[in-house]
Every structure is written in C-alpha cells, then in structure tokens.
Design a binder for this molecule. Structure first.
Ligand SMILES: [Mn+2]
Length: 460
C-alpha cells in the first residue's frame, strides 16, 4: 500500500511540472468520477486542462492524442494497457484494471503493480483520488467521488461493504464530513424508489414470489400492514420506521429460507451503504449507489459531459438533464424487457437466449438480460444470453447467470471468452455477468461454442 501511495506522489510531482494537462478517462460511472477528481484537482491548481471520454485505448485514440501535441496526458480508470508503449506525449496513468508489467514506470500508478487487487480494493476514481490527495490534502473532500466510483464498479458487492484501500478513502470522507457509512438493506433505490418497486426489482438476493412481479410486491407489503403511501406520495425505504424495516427484512429472510435459499443469500440482504452527507436527503445523489447509476445513465447515451458536470458540482442544468436521462433510461429498460419478451426466449440444453436485433441498444442489453433473468416468467436454471446489434458488422452478446449456477462451477467470463474466440470475437467479464462482441451472423456458432464450454466446466 505504501508503494502505491509513493507512486501516487510521483504522479503528483509530474503534474506539478507541467503547464497544461489533457485528461483521458473511461465512459462509465467510475471513469466519470475519476475524470471529475482529476479536473477538480487541476482547477484548484489553476492549471488549464481539457478532458475526453473513451471506451478503450486503441490505435485511433493514440494517433489522435499524438496529433494534438498534448503537454501531458493523464489517463484515469484506463491506460495501463499502454504503459509499455512509447508515445510522443508525456503521460501519467491512474488505473486499476488488471495489468502485467515487465517494467515498472514512475508514471504508472496501478494497485496490481503493488500486489493489491483492483477489482474490489480500489477503483479508478480511487487511484485518481490518491494522486489528488498527494497534490494537496485539501482535496480530501473529493473522496466522496472516489466512493461513488467504487460503488459504480460494484466494488462493495463482494463483502457487502468497501474494503482495502477503499476503506482508507472512506475514512478521509468521514473525516472531512462528506460521507457517512450505515448498515442497511442492499437493494437498489433506498432513497428514491417506492418500496414496492425496490422489492419488485430486488435481485441479489431475489425475493421468491416477489421479484419481477409488481402486484405481488404490493400485496407483500399490504399483508404486513405496511402503508404504501403517505397521503399521495409513495413511501420509500428511507421513509419507513425501524420497526417497518425489520418486519420487511425478516419476512424476506424467512421467505428465502423456506424456499431453500441458504443463509449465504440471507446475509446478502444487509450490508453497508454510503451516504453523501452534503447532498439532499431522498435525492439520487444522496446514496453512492444511486449517484453511480445516475452517472451511468448519462454515459450509456453518450452524454458523459452531463455526468461530469454533476460531479463537478452543477446542481441545476446538468442535474436536470441527468435526471431526464435516467428517466429515459428506465423507460428504455421497461421497453427493452417488453421487446425481448415479445421476441421470445429460446431454450437450448445449456443456455437460453433472445435476439433483440436493433430493438435494444447494445449499451443496455446487459441490464435488460439481467432483469429478464430475474423475471418470474423466465427460467432461472439456465444462463441467459441477450444479443443486440452493435454496428453494421458486429453483434453484442451479454450473458447473465445466477449465484446458484455460479456455485455449480460455472464461470461466464471464461466461457464467453473462449466461445467468442472460436468465432473471431472478443469477450470477458465476471463469473456472473460477462459480454462479448462477435461478427454478425455467427450467433449460432457462438451459442454452440458457449454450450460446449459450459459442458466442459460442468463435467470436467
Ligand atoms: Mn473502473
């Protein structure tokens, strides 16, 4: 850990030595918060800067950066893949993605170089924050953005709380009064969703007989005599009193146990949540997870600038646009679900799938696939793949599975990587959620390869 901090301070002095900085960051919640931390830091140093958002560092990106004659390029939440590459511009890299390096460079800050797992111990925004803090301790208030970034990368899911360096960053946030940590329900939407919606969309763990069924979610609450509304407004989780909350939690726990879900599932109900103390109670910005989702919904539609401005402090125009993007995003998810259901799910021996063609954006087909897998009408004993057209020649394949299937020894990231390779595509991800880009027309071959890979994992 000391090595990583030392490295962060090396990056800090490189920044101080340059006149102008160009930030290049990743287009997701972690990348947006990382970019915002970098931008705020430079702002406070009175250094001119520019910023751009990219999906990945490819040849085109590098060519463009080389043409623009940048004084210094600061990569955040990506860049480790080109640490070894000679570039005409000077660069610093604050990344947390897995990397294998033969040479260690003083401009390359990545936890993996110091034996720290960047998949859950620190995010891209977290690494950027370490650099920012080394520049000036006054930047410790930016820790709240690093916590949002970590939540955006789902780093709290592994232990239902932030661990490792994320905890040190959290301590900075608590100390400066920008963050609070609380133990609460882990479902999404504590602050903004009507309670029945929070239950209807519950997916980790699912609530047997409730998840995916709006009317059952409502009757679940009425049977417990929990009022859905306060006057005309829907009550949210944060509006409930402690008794009501524990009644709901114990009812979910006993439902899980009675349906054969083990204690491991019950334990996932409760965990730590992160509150941004300076934001308005009951807003999307007050809960780190909801803040991250708001940012993701700007990025998925190419409006990451809006997300950036929200992180930079705009609570007017940018926040209004972000909210309407989130609303549009929710609408698209509902429509996407309906579309996929109408298209129909095809069942094979080891996998089920749907093909949305142009009906669902490739940037949200993964979420729709996940929602559909948790839908009461969908089988949950097979992984689900959702296909959507990405561009003229390529198709996006998003695969999702359940914790139960993972426990049988299924690792989707391996499966999808190998299956994609057999059809000249690329894939990867996590054991429970993974994705691939494959050439159009190769879907059938991909599905066959996917099933073969599952058989390999199950029977080897
Ligand atoms: Mn990240």
């Amino acid at each position: 850990m000391d090595g990583l901090i030392q490295r962060a301070s090396e990056l800090a002095s490189i920044i101080k030595d340059h006149e102008k900085v160009h930030i290049v960051t990743h287009i997701d919640a972690d990348g947006i918060t990382a970019g915002a931390i970098a931008a705020k830091t430079l702002d406070r140093l009175n250094k001119p800067y520019s910023i751009e958002f990219i999906k990945q560092v490819d040849k085109k990106t590098i060519e463009k950066l080389e043409k623009n004659n940048h004084d210094l390029v600061w990569f955040t939440d990506l860049g480790s893949s080109i640490a070894d590459k000679k570039t005409v511009f000077s660069k610093i890299i604050a990344d947390h993605h897995v990397c294998e390096m033969k040479t260690d460079y003083d401009f390359h800050c990545n936890p993996h170089l110091f034996g720290i797992d960047g998949s859950y111990m620190i995010s891209g925004a977290g690494v950027t924050y370490l650099v920012s803090k080394e520049i000036d301790k006054k930047n410790m208030d930016l820790s709240m953005l690093a916590i949002v970034g970590a939540n955006g990368d789902l780093q709290q899911r592994k232990h239902q709380k932030l661990v490792g360096l994320n905890r040190d960053i959290l301590k900075d946030g608590i100390q400066t009064g920008v963050i609070e940590e609380k133990i609460d329900i882990q479902y999404f939407g504590r602050e903004t969703r009507p309670i029945y919606k929070l239950l209807q969309y519950a997916n980790d763990p699912i609530i047997p007989g409730v998840t995916g069924l709006e009317s059952n979610a409502i009757s679940f609450l009425t049977k417990l005599s929990i009022p859905l509304k306060d006057g005309k407004t829907w009550r949210r989780w944060i509006d409930l009193n402690n008794d009501e909350r524990s009644i709901i939690l114990s009812e979910i726990a006993s439902l899980l146990l009675s349906k054969g879900f083990g204690h491991k599932h019950v334990k996932r109900l409760i965990g730590n949540v992160y509150i941004l103390s300076k934001e308005t109670f009951g807003s999307e910005l007050h809960d780190a997870k909801e803040f991250a989702t708001l940012l993701n919904s700007t990025a998925r539609y190419g409006d990451y600038e809006v997300g950036l401005q929200v992180c930079m402090g705009d609570r007017e125009k940018a926040l209004t646009s972000a909210r309407s993007l989130l609303k549009g995003h929710r609408h698209n998810l509902v429509e996407g679900m309906q579309f996929a259901k109408t298209e129909g799910i095809h069942i094979r021996e080891y996998v089920q799938y749907f093909h949305a063609k142009n009906g669902i954006r490739d940037t949200i087909v993964g979420i729709v696939t996940n929602m559909l897998l948790n839908d009461a009408e969908t089988r949950n004993d097979l992984p689900l793949i959702g296909f959507a057209i990405k561009n003229e020649g390529e198709v996006k394949a998003s695969a999702r599975t359940t914790q139960d299937i993972v426990e049988k020894g299924i690792d989707l990231s391996e499966i999808i990587k190998n299956a994609a390779t057999t059809v000249d595509g690329v894939g990867g991800g996590h054991n429970i959620a993974a994705g691939a880009t494959i050439p159009k027309g190769k879907e059938e071959a991909f599905l066959t390869a996917f099933e073969n890979e599952i058989k390999n994992q199950l029977f080897s």
